[in-house]
Ligand binder design. Structure first.
Ligand SMILES: Cc1cc2nc3c(=O)[nH]c(=O)nc-3n(C[C@H](O)[C@H](O)[C@H](O)COP(=O)(O)OP(=O)(O)OC[C@H]3O[C@@H](n4cnc5c(N)ncnc54)[C@H](O)[C@@H]3O)c2cc1C
Length: 459
């Protein structure tokens, strides 16, 4: 690493923790360095009228606007900063066609009812394929690879859970598989795993390049896309909605959809309060010896294990490893974020050299208390959608397509989620504090599982 790069990196890591969604921690990412330029867009100027206004230019907003434009609906996509500035441009780039551990078809159907739950499972199960189909259809250059997503077991005691998870998704017609311990070790390169869930329709990509590509495709299909346009206020004005852009300009729309995730800054407080923010740190190593690819993720899968404080890692086309995750205390944690996440990888993959970070960045995701997506009614002809919950790229792309079909004249009965009222979590601002308690406790549980697994093995 050059002295210039080292200085830059250290500087960035010092600032990461204090600025979870700043421009600096957006531009310091590997994705920002490698993505093709953003489509040319500018702010809202004057007074604009459309049928549907989508507020928030992440995966969810971009997918909704693209599919609406393809259906011939007059749509505006309004972004406060630039496409992908939120969680969408800052994540790990895993395409994961399922929800978090435990939220499988049975739970989805129990929670949402058999029909809606079934539609959500089908939409989500097919959403990995949708992502890669859109990339091909619109010629999106985003270093994508549909090489599968795996979830290795950190403990042999997870085996029954794995068999059950696989059976549930296979019953929905999904081509998922349970891998044996030997297969999981061969797939990951880590002796510490005891089996794995494999979905061959997942994969990975450069997420900022992907969201820029979706946005460019939306523009090509007729969507009016605005950047540097924060919506400061939304009011009902007669039969339509009037959105006031901070600094000037208005957008009048018959219907509005907020896809602002956790960064709406009070545009719809009850909807925003329905989710709590979680800060995640990301690192990319310098390019490594390509020979290492033969023993670590040799099939180029993306891997996120079953630990509660999960370990996630993947290769990039230029032989870097990207990893990251949570930290117990988001304060003063910049330097720790880098060493903590790389040290964990070094522990489970001892064949790797001591890993050094070349890029570091961070983002904030939003999660509802049950980690399920929401479509919230926030006024006549106005809704707020959350699809994130940590596994968001496939989900947001699929949900955006479904919401577009609905807004273009589809019936409520076709939706893969029910329309609900916002249900704010109590004291959302205390959520990071609660998290600082949850994480050490669950790390302890992860360690306990691993110690138990080692004891079982040595018998
Ligand atoms: C570090 C990290 C790693 C992750 N890793 C993965 C992964 O590997 N795979 C995966 O599937 N998911 C991952 N996720 C989750 C995933 O990134 C999110 O689920 C997804 O990006 C959410 O997309 P979105 O469109 O809902 O929100 P966002 O991408 O956050 O978009 C919201 C947008 O709204 C804009 N906005 C906010 N307020 C206003 C306003 N008033 N006016 C105009 N615009 C506004 C923001 O600027 C922002 O661009 C990760 C998340 C993080 C933070």
């Amino acid at each position: 690493m050059s002295a210039r790069t080292r200085g830059y990196t250290a500087n960035i890591f010092e600032k990461l923790a204090e600025a979870p969604s700043s421009t600096e921690t957006f531009e310091s990412s590997l994705w920002h360095a490698k993505a093709p330029a953003a489509p040319e867009t500018g702010p809202v100027e004057g007074d604009i009228e459309v049928d549907v206004a989508v507020v928030g230019g992440g995966f969810l907003g971009a997918s909704t606007a693209l599919h609406l434009a393809e259906s011939g609906v007059d749509v505006a996509l309004i972004e406060a900063d630039e496409a992908g500035f939120g969680a969408s441009g800052r994540n790990t780039g895993f395409v994961v066609p399922n929800l978090l551990t435990g939220l499988d078809p049975r739970v989805m159907k129990d929670t949402l009812g058999p029909d809606v739950g079934d539609r959500l499972c089908r939409m989500l199960g097919e959403a990995g394929e949708l992502v890669f189909d859109l990339i091909e259809k619109h010629g999106i250059e985003c270093q994508s690879s549909q090489s599968g997503w795996i979830q290795p077991l950190h403990s042999p005691e997870k085996r029954a859970w794995l068999e059950d998870r696989v059976a549930q998704w296979q019953a929905m017609g999904r081509p998922v598989k349970a891998l044996s311990r030997e297969e999981a070790i061969a797939e990951t390169g880590s002796e510490g795993y005891h089996g794995a869930f494999l979905d061959p329709t997942g994969g990975h990509l450069n997420p900022l390049a992907y969201v820029r590509g979706l946005t460019a495709a939306a523009i090509k299909n007729g969507a009016k896309v605005f950047s540097s346009s924060r919506v400061g206020e939304m009011t009902k004005d007669g039969k339509s909605w009037l959105l006031r852009i901070e600094g000037g300009g208005t957008v009048r729309a018959n219907r509005i959809l907020l896809t602002t995730n956790v960064s709406g800054q009070g545009l719809s407080k009850p909807a925003e309060g329905t989710q709590f923010p979680i800060t995640l740190f990301q690192v990319a190593t310098a390019p490594l010896d390509p020979e290492l690819r033969k023993s670590v993720l040799p099939n180029n899968r993306s891997s996120a294990d079953t630990r509660k404080d999960l370990i996630a890692f993947r290769w990039t086309p230029d032989n870097r490893i990207v990893t990251g995750g949570l930290l117990a205390s988001p304060f003063g944690s910049a330097e720790r974020a880098r060493s903590h996440h790389l040290n964990r990888l070094n522990e489970i993959l001892p064949q790797l050299p001591k890993l050094e970070a070349e890029y570091g960045w961070q983002g904030r995701l939003g999660a509802a208390r049950d980690f399920m997506p929401r479509l919230m009614d926030i006024g006549e002809g106005a809704w707020s959608a959350i699809a994130c919950n940590g596994r968001g790229m496939a989900m947001t792309t699929g949900l955006g397509k479904a919401l577009a079909r609905w807004l273009a004249g589809g019936s409520n009965e076709q939706l893969p989620i029910s329309i609900t009222k916002p249900d704010p979590v109590a004291l959302p601002s205390l959520a990071p504090l609660a998290f600082s308690v949850w994480l050490p406790l669950n790390r302890w549980k992860d360690k306990r599982d691993i110690v138990r697994a080692k004891r079982l093995q040595s018998r």
